[in-house]
Design a protein around this ligand. Structure first.
Ligand code: ADP
Length: 543
């Protein structure tokens, strides 16, 4: 028997229509590439998304066409998220930190019709120009007065909107229609596209809003440092308007002092981003001896949040939520907010819990399996490859049968490439990426575990552990350290610290110093680059 209820297809533009009417106080504050701060309400953004849809229609963009963006976090990028998906086209966000070769690959692979870019990327576009498809329309995301001086044929974003009606007859789309496209950064091989639907995006936004209600609520002022150009800024552009929270968009400047100023001035209540960004902000907080005014909540994900970072925030009264996810999952999979009883635990026990990657979001199922694919118990000890399924998880890669065929198990679960354990309370612990684990004499060593301990050393600014081939043990850990200030830590000093937490055979055999760690396009430490550089490092003979 069917229920007797209306069915309205889930649609992205309905989120903004709702925010415009129900949350008139919600705003988008943006640090513009023009240099000033811009403000608009959700109602104004809804009107401008309509103008944009008219403008794009005038350029011949139709349902299913891909419209690419190459832009920082700002209101125009937000308008593209809604205008493009709302008219039935597909918003393809491009990560500007990809190599030129990868960027060209994905522009062609996605068959983009239009590319909208922030003017700071003009030199980048000029560099790519001769290899770009001839019919690709280029739109500079600024007004006439700030148009870049370029030999390229460029349209002006504000002129595209000017004079257009601020209402649009938004089509009723199939809720499974494609809405947005994002490519993984592809540390090996070509990038692979995750093609989100209206349905997956709206359901994911609901799940994020429920799980992270601490920051996502009317009156909340949320700073996405996580970029709109990758992994949908963890769903914030959808979840924030859904709840009425305002978005404070930082533009290109993501260093500690710039973030502090913006957060302080705009009374940001909650900030979301990868651990590397918070290192800069923490240093600024320490230098000034205070938090930005109103700041009480931080969401950290994208790579493991070190315990010392969590502790530092918590001691200064900022509640930390550690989250895990990936592009292929829309992207949030788990969140680390503690339940009321957990908040009654002693401080150290709370930090233990917050160092884990947290519990699953509604709509995401998790399983860990052994090397034969058999499910492992959720007892906090057994560790195996993590598989996921749910409404926000891809069912294949866009136009890539080969990668799609390799991504799922026989039961249709998606293989994350992470090795994890899950405890009896449902808390996930990511041990490592399968390719970054160190296999020593048949036993696994987690690089993340070692890094999280060493990063707390006062003479260590940042660090990474990589596998180096070893004639006897197959692989042994090598510690790569960026020293803090002038003084370098010694290996025995680091070993002593590690021995409080790990077995002697897991200690790094050697340590090398670098000025900075190489980062991937998504702000994670590039272990691949480190392995290329230090793969031949001669380890001392430690037996
Ligand atoms: P890419 O960097 O390849 O574009 P994503 O940004 O989607 O991909 O990264 C997903 C991966 O990042 C996860 O599979 C996991 O290895 C890692 N990751 C994300 N969040 C965390 C976290 N909180 N702790 C540890 N690893 C994480």
């Amino acid at each position: 028997m069917h229920g007797m209820m209306m069915t309205q297809p889930l649609s992205i533009i309905e989120i903004l229509r709702y925010a415009a009417g129900a949350h008139p106080g919600g705003e988008i504050v943006s640090v513009r590439t023009e240099g000033d701060i811009h403000r608009e309400t959700y109602a104004e953004a809804f009107g401008r998304a309509a103008q944009l849809a008219h403008g794009l229609e005038g350029l011949g963009v139709g349902e299913g066409d891909r419209v690419a963006t190459l832009a920082w976090n700002g209101y125009r990028h937000f308008e593209l998220y809604y205008g493009v998906s709302g008219m039935g086209a597909v918003c393809h966000t491009i990560n500007p930190r990809l190599s030129a070769e990868q960027m060209l690959y994905i522009i062609r692979h996605a068959d983009d019709r239009v590319l909208c870019f922030d003017v700071t990327f003009t030199p980048l576009i000029e560099g790519l120009a001769e290899h770009l498809p001839e019919d690709l329309v280029l739109v500079a995301m600024t007004d006439r007065a700030h148009m870049p001086d370029s030999k390229l044929e460029l349209l002006c974003y504000e002129e595209l909107l000017e004079g257009q009606p601020d209402t649009y007859d938004w089509p009723e789309l199939d809720e499974e229609a494609a809405a947005a496209l994002c490519y993984t950064s592809g540390t090996t091989g070509n990038p692979k596209g995750a093609l989100y639907s209206h349905r997956s995006t709206v359901l994911h936004a609901f799940s994020v809003a429920v799980a992270l209600s601490k920051s996502l609520k009317e009156g909340g002022r949320v700073l996405p440092v996580v970029p709109l150009f990758h992994v949908n800024a963890w769903g914030l552009p959808y979840a924030a308007p859904l709840t009425g929270a305002s978005l404070i968009m930082p533009g290109p400047k993501l260093d500690g002092p710039s973030l502090f100023e913006l957060m302080d001035g705009e009374k940001v209540t909650s900030a979301w981003g990868v651990p590397t960004v918070w290192l800069g902000l923490r240093a600024e907080i320490d230098a000034r001896g205070r938090n930005p005014e109103g700041f009480g909540h931080v969401v950290v994900g994208g790579s493991a949040a070190p315990r010392s970072m969590i502790e530092g925030f918590e001691k200064s009264g900022v509640d930390v939520c550690h989250a895990w996810g990936m592009t292929e999952m829309s992207p949030v999979g788990t969140h680390g907010l503690l339940s009321e009883p957990m908040r009654e635990l002693p401080f150290d026990a709370q930090i233990d819990l917050k160092s884990k990657q947290g519990r699953r979001l509604f709509g995401v199922e998790l399983k860990i399996v052994d090397e034969g694919g058999q499910p492992l118990p959720h007892d906090g000890r057994a560790a195996g490859e993590l598989f996921v399924r749910g409404n926000g998880v891809i069912s294949g890669y866009f136009n890539n049968a080969e990668a799609s065929a390799a991504a799922f198990d026989d039961e249709g679960w998606f293989g994350t490439g992470d090795v994890a354990s899950i405890d009896d309370k449902g808390f996930l612990v990511i041990q490592d990426r399968t390719k970054d684990l160190i296999k020593s004499g048949g036993e696994w060593i987690s690089s993340i575990d070692l890094e999280n301990i060493v990063i707390a050393h006062p003479k260590v600014a940042s660090c990474a552990v990589i596998a180096v081939p070893h004639p006897k043990w197959d692989e042994r850990p090598l510690l790569v350290v960026v020293p803090e200030g002038g003084e370098k830590p010694t290996l025995p000093e680091v070993h002593e610290m590690l021995l409080e937490h790990v077995a002697r055979w897991q200690l790094p055999d050697d340590m090398v110093f670098v000025e900075e760690l190489p980062l991937t396009a998504t702000g994670k430490v590039s272990k691949l680059t480190l392995r290329d550089r230090f793969g031949d490092h001669a380890l001392p003979d430690v037996g």
